[in-house]
Design a binder for this molecule. Structure first.
Ligand SMILES: [Zn+2]
Length: 285
């Protein structure tokens, strides 16, 4: 298709220009710049939560731990609706700092929640999520939830347990919730983002990167539950080798002590661009 290849070429050209100039990443502390067309806008909501505005203006929300997140910007923490209309909702696994407000947002936006098959099932059978708002898929499964947008589920080396307060008993219950996943998200212009979810090191990161060729990787660096900065840097430098990387999953939990500075130190000498973000910040690509 002429149109899509032209768009893709343009996207690749813009991406190359950004890489050549290296200073071409625009930043804002608020989502005020969201009127720009043709660019990809990434807003970090804290922990593993991101809102991605696609080049065609679609809104993708991943792992929205918003009302409970200690570092969520107040404008969103106090008002879920401030996140704005959501076109696609992705959840990597059932831990509270990832599933967070996803069921509420699915209902609020009448948007399907896409997640690991065996996580979505207990959400619907327990009545947390209406069955018609859940989309079950699994690793290597690919969906096209919006025109021109493809999401492929990939491996993450982690766990997934759903903890839920049963309103009938007012007690917490633990439910098996399948296996965690990461996502390769391909946008309308061909730009590919790999949101790794929560994961430890696994050598198929190399395979996933060679096979799907992500441009931008969102990688957990906090340690304890995931890779720490040194292992995250090892994965990026040795196996994944993307053009750009956004560190995530740190700074929100006293048990995840890894820091951005440690990651930057461990990446020293690499020409892979680190895009450091603060919670509430928006970056354009
Ligand atoms: Zn987790």
């Amino acid at each position: 298709m002429k149109n899509s290849s032209t768009t893709k070429s343009l996207g690749m050209f813009l991406l190359s220009a950004v890489l050549l100039l290296t200073a071409g990443i625009a930043r804002a502390q608020s989502p005020a710049a969201s009127g720009v067309q043709g660019k990809t806008e990434v807003l970090w909501l804290g922990q593993a939560g991101f809102r991605i505005k696609t080049p065609q203006g679609k809104m993708i929300l991943i792992d929205p731990w918003i009302t409970g997140g200690p570092k969520t910007p107040p404008m969103y923490k106090n008002d879920l609706a401030a996140i704005g209309p959501i076109d696609l909702l992705l959840v990597t696994h059932a831990h509270v700092d990832h599933i967070g407000d996803a069921p509420a947002l699915a209902k609020m936006n009448n948007t399907k929640l896409y997640g690991p098959a065996d996580m979505v099932t207990p959400l619907t059978t327990l009545g947390i999520l209406p069955a018609d708002l859940g989309h079950r898929f699994n690793k290597t499964g690919r969906v096209t939830p919006l025109p021109g947008i493809k999401v492929t589920a990939v491996q993450a080396e982690h766990s997934s347990l759903l903890v839920w307060k049963n309103p009938a008993t007012d007690k917490l219950e633990s439910h098996p919730a399948g296996e965690p996943m990461g996502y390769i998200i391909e946008l309308e212009n061909g730009f590919k983002i790999w949101h790794m979810g929560d994961t430890g090191l696994f050598s198929d990161m190399k395979f996933i990167s060679e096979h799907y060729k992500p441009d931008l990787v969102m990688i957990p660096i906090g340690g304890n539950f995931t890779m720490a900065p040194d292992d995250a840097a090892f994965a990026i430098r040795t196996w994944v080798k993307p053009k750009m990387v956004i560190p995530m999953h740190y700074n929100s939990n006293p048990m995840t002590k890894g820091t951005l500075a440690e990651f930057q130190e461990a990446m020293k000498g690499s020409n892979i661009k680190i895009v450091p973000m603060t919670e509430g910040e928006t970056v354009q690509f």
